[in-house]
Ligand binder design. Structure first.
Ligand code: ATP
Ligand code: MG
Length: 583
């Protein structure tokens, strides 16, 4: 293992981090203490909407900006916590008046408009279940999810409705109401103008008693490894959001926070809606899609101090060879966190060089509801490592035994499946309509993540690959991440996706698909150079034997490399579920 650890000098940080002594904090941590930091619902129980919005609107933060919304065409609108309380109360009243109640599934299909964020809080106030869909889905994935999720209502825009949903209505008899965000008038008893309904709705709403175990959000996974799964979450998940906001995102009252994820994916709800507001922090939402100039300008103009983004975006920025700190004033920025895919060490180093701070990797899944393992602002970073478990979270590496049981691997540096001790508050409470699969995720007192990793002597976790992506070659097990990260150390490589290609002699052959940085050409000479580069760094057993240049790697709409698709295409096999494939 290379020891290119990044040490932190706490004296250079503009604000003292919330987490200073990792070991001590873990030792003294209790979930009961977290309960004390939350308000609790006045009528009884715990409700996300109350903790995120009403609690602040009822106190000294009422006039603080909760949401800074940046429209695609340059518009900018701000909403205070008091505004959000009123608007979400109105939407909750709309739902109640139309007969929607506790447990009803209310879907959203919208670009990142303010109404989407208002509706999310309104749905939770009404104790209905928020079911977000990604706005770029085509009609088929939308139909699938609305059906599987037992959709009772849908909030969307006129354009999305006309293009994608109207033709589906005949197949959705249970869908009682469609709310159109931007329609001026009702179209029918079923297709209503949100604006008209909001105009006549009362602006006060008392949230009824909510059991912390009541269902809050239904999320579909990214579909990286197969058919997306419906994942059930409950109101109590905010305990995890609270601590991750505190320890990982290091939120302070003075922060301006920007999470680039869309609420169609779990990061965009847990960390694009709930967590900043739980902590009473100003939350930036940009309606537009990735654009390097726009993103750097947003960081500068909104004076973003904490930024939560993803490896795919970072790699796109890296591709440009720009000098962001010279071209933009990014001085308020003090913390960058990343999630969704393994963060190549090269990206951490790039952050150090170009943004003057490292990028902090953290790991979690739709199923975990919140961040489980992370690099912390005050702690050493080991580039390529996902970091260490949060206080309150027990993570381990387990081996599967032949008899179906699992055993924890305590020896450091031994690979196995990354597992968590069940019971953390944001743990998923089910896979929709698939109790069997849910039950199978828990064995021998562990939740099994499906990811392979190892732990080093100091408890840092290192991602190896998804269990489906592991390559077995000449008796070796090769994780694609290590090979991809090594290739990225070559100046020409922007991104790499590595698969095992069936081979009669060696089981699987390591094959890399590589996209190049600006200014490099896909020549035979470069291909040979990269093969040699891989062999030198990784050894011939692990190094890719085949390299193919590819303009863009296939990715999910949430930005993850779809290795299963590279593989099925390579083998000429059916592509499987591609509902989440990026255009
Ligand atoms: P599906 O389950 O439908 O195949 P998915 O697993 O990609 O899709 P998500 O729940 O959005 O859906 O993603 C969680 C997965 O993303 C993790 O299990 C892991 O494989 C990967 N991941 C997330 N963060 C990291 C990280 N920091 N390092 C490595 N992998 C990560
Ligand atoms: Mg998954």
């Amino acid at each position: 293992m290379k020891k290119n650890w990044i040490e932190k000098d706490l004296n250079t940080l503009p604000i003292q981090p919330n987490l200073l002594d990792y070991v001590k904090e873990r030792e003294s941590f209790t979930w009961e203490d977290v309960a004390d930091q939350l308000d609790g619902l006045p009528s009884g129980g715990l409700n996300i909407a109350h903790e995120a919005i009403d609690r602040h609107a009822n106190g000294p933060l009422a006039d603080k900006t909760a949401l800074i919304w940046l429209g695609e065409r340059g518009e900018r609108k701000c909403y205070t916590f008091a505004d959000m309380k009123i608007q979400s109360a109105k939407f909750a009243n709309v739902l109640t008046t139309l007969g929607f109640s506790k447990g009803d599934r209310i879907f959203t299909l919208s670009t990142r408009l303010p109404e989407l964020y208002i509706a999310a809080i309104g749905i939770l106030k009404n104790r209905s279940v928020m079911c977000p869909l990604f706005s770029q889905f085509g009609p088929e994935p939308i139909l699938q999810r609305l059906k599987r999720g037992d959709a009772k209502a849908l909030l969307t825009t006129q354009a999305l409705f006309d293009k994608k949903v109207r033709p589906l209505l005949g197949e959705l008899p249970e869908l009682r109401t469609v709310f159109l965000i931007d329609a001026q008038e009702d179209e029918s008893d079923q297709v209503r103008s949100l604006k008209r309904l909001m105009e006549s709705a009362s602006d006060t709403y008392e949230i009824l008693p909510t059991d912390p175990e009541d269902m809050s959000i239904l999320h579909f996974t990214s579909g990286t490894t197969g058919m997306p799964k419906g994942v059930v979450h409950v109101h109590k998940a905010i305990y995890t959001h609270w601590i991750s906001g505190q320890y990982v995102l290091d939120l302070h009252a003075s922060d301006i926070y920007w999470c680039t994820a869309d609420p169609g994916w779990v990061t965009g709800t847990s960390y694009g809606i709930i967590t900043p507001w739980l902590h009473g922090v100003t939350n930036v939402v940009d309606e537009a899609e990735f654009d390097a100039v726009r993103w750097y300008s947003t960081l500068q103009n909104e004076r973003v101090s904490v930024w939560y983004t993803a490896p795919t975006a970072i790699r796109r920025l890296m591709r440009l060879n720009s000098e962001p700190t010279k071209e933009y004033d990014l001085s308020p920025l003090r913390l960058i966190q990343s999630v969704g895919e393994p963060l190549n060490p090269e990206a951490v180093i790039w952050g150090m060089e170009k943004l003057k701070m490292p990028i902090h990797d953290n790991w979690w899944q739709t199923e975990t509801g919140g961040i489980m393992i992370s690099n912390f602002l005050s702690q050493q970073i080991r580039p390529g490592s996902m970091g260490r478990p949060l206080p309150g979270i027990e993570a381990g590496i387990v081996h599967h035994n032949d008899d179906g049981t699992v055993t924890e691997v305590t020896e450091p540096l031994k690979e196995g499946e990354l597992a968590l001790k069940p019971g953390w508050p944001s743990m998923f409470r089910g896979y929709l309509h698939d109790d069997e699969r849910y039950a199978k995720s828990f064995i021998g007192g562990w939740y099994l993540s499906g990811d392979l990793a190892y732990k080093d002597e100091d408890g840092y976790f290192w991602f190896v690959g998804r269990s489906d992506d592991i390559i077995k070659t000449s008796g070796h097990m090769v994780g694609p991440f290590e090979v991809e990260s090594t290739l990225m150390e070559h100046p020409s490589v922007a991104e790499a996706g590595v698969i095992g290609k069936p081979d009669p002699m060696i089981g699987q052959l390591v094959k890399a698909f590589v996209s190049l940085r600006a200014g490099y050409e896909a020549t035979e000479e470069l291909r040979r150079e990269l093969i040699g580069f891989g062999r030198k760094r990784l050894g011939s057993a692990v190094a890719p034997k085949e390299i193919e240049f590819i303009e863009n790697l296939p990715k999910t709409r949430s930005g993850k490399i779809m290795r299963r698709l590279l593989k099925s295409r390579e083998m000429g096999l059916p592509e499987g579920d591609i509902s989440t494939l990026e255009d």
